[in-house]
Ligand binder design. Structure first.
Ligand code: CAA
Length: 380
């Protein structure tokens, strides 16, 4: 097994690192403090090819692979987790399913400008009364002649306030005995009947705006349908198999940010006459953090390379996301401990990393959902 990155992968990682260090990191604290949508960074992500990393160039993307996508996510999230998740939603949750399930005409309209960063996409699965149990959604798509009539709402839609198009999952066939059937649709923001709430107020990732989106008697033709009628839930699940790699890489980037700061601080700051790092209690914390970060990275690379090979990677993505997200919270927690009072202060970035890490255990499937997926596969 070869764990060496290719020249192209190293190039993407280095480009992402350079951009993240020079242009993203200096703004991260201000973006967090003001809850500011980083429009200038979103534009730069597009210019650099980071809004459609693994989408072929004929469809507006960078034509790289999913390992490259994970590498870029790690670097950008190390600098700013808000900017990173905006990128992740556009790549994994919007462009990937349009590429995989869209017709050539749909890709022309709904993929090319999004993968190139000209337009922005988002993904509507979660509803006020349906999160982890995603099949129980209430949004309904009624067949009316040769049209569809969509009614319902979606919430916590990351990128929602700024997105040009949303992929919406709706029940298209109710069932009194078995499970309902779902269908996916592409809905543009200027469609009559489409409206959005103001951005949500959250604990972290303040710059990555999310909101509730409403659909009131939205009339769509079949050209808006993504994938086959009744197969929308599979579109959603297959999409999340890829999305979970992106969120795992986000968690990894956040963990690295906290770890690197903890290393520097423990070398500089003295207690009892020696640098903090000379105390075994601190050195062992750093050792555990380094070990967990490495383990997460290898799990992410495994899942990403399986996606690149076209192999089903539901289990590997869930394992990577579960481990990386819980690891990021543990690492950020330890980093705050090493910083002591300064870690708890808003003057330093540690508390931001801690708040940002926490969401990675929740969105794109909570840790409990990842455990359900992993256990179901293990028990097969
Ligand atoms: N790929 C393809 N098909 C899949 C699949 C996958 N990974 N997983 C399941 N399916 C198929 C199954 O084969 C099954 O097909 P059949 O009906 O033909 O047998 C169908 O989908 C239903 O599968 P299950 O019976 O396993 O479904 P379930 O109702 O038990 O739920 C679940 C499974 C894993 C719990 C799922 O509901 C789930 O993942 N929940 C979490 C939802 C989630 O992650 N939401 C995130 C929202 S997006 C977000 O968070 C974005 C953001 O803010 C950044």
């Amino acid at each position: 097994m070869d764990l060496e990155l290719t020249e192209e992968q190293r190039m993407i990682r280095d480009t992402a690192r350079d951009f993240a260090v020079k242009e993203v990191e200096p703004k991260a604290a201000e973006i967090d403090k003001n809850g500011r949508w980083p429009s200038e960074l979103v534009k730069r992500l597009g210019e650099l090819g980071f809004m459609g990393v693994a989408i072929p160039d004929e469809w507006g993307g960078a034509g790289m692979d999913n390992v490259s996508y994970a590498l870029a996510m790690e670097e950008i999230c190390r600098a700013c987790a808000s900017t990173g998740v905006i990128m992740s939603v556009n790549n994994s949750l919007y462009c990937d399913p349009v590429y995989k399930f869209g017709t050539p005409a749909q890709k022309d309209r709904w993929l090319r400008p999004y993968a190139s960063g000209e337009k922005l996409g988002c993904f509507g699965l979660t509803e006020p009364m349906s999160g982890s149990d995603a099949q129980t959604m209430a949004t309904f798509a009624e067949r009316k002649g040769d049209k569809w009539l969509i009614n319902g709402s979606k919430n916590w839609i990351t990128n929602g306030p700024h997105a040009d198009t949303i992929i919406v999952f709706a029940i298209s066939e109710k069932s009194t005995v078995g499970k309902a059937k779902h269908t996916a649709f592409l809905i543009d923001k200027d469609t009559p009947g489409y409206s959005r709430e103001k951005p949500d107020e959250k604990m972290g990732i303040h710059g990555a705006h999310s909101c509730t989106v409403f659909f009131e008697n939205i009339e769509l033709s079949d050209e808006h349908r993504l994938g086959n009628v009744g197969e929308g839930f599979k579109v959603a699940m297959a999409t999340l198999d890829g999305g979970r790699i992106g969120i795992a890489a986000q968690a990894l980037g956040i963990a690295r940010a906290a770890f690197e700061k903890a290393v520097e601080y423990s070398k500089d700051r003295k207690s009892f006459g020696v640098p903090l790092a000379n105390h075994q209690a601190i050195a062992f914390m750093l050792a555990d953090m380094a070990t967990e970060i490495d383990a997460a990275r290898l799990l992410i690379w495994r899942a990403a390379s399986m996606k690149d090979k076209g192999v089903r990677h539901t289990q590997e993505s869930a394992i990577a996301k579960l481990f990386a997200s819980e690891m990021a919270t543990r690492v950020a927690h330890k980093a705050i401990q090493i910083f002591g009072g300064y870690g708890y202060s808003k003057e330093f970035p540690l508390e931001r990393h801690y708040r940002d890490a926490r969401i990675t255990e929740i969105y794109e499937g909570t840790s409990e959902i990842q455990r359900i997926v992993i256990a179901a596969n293990a028990l097969k």
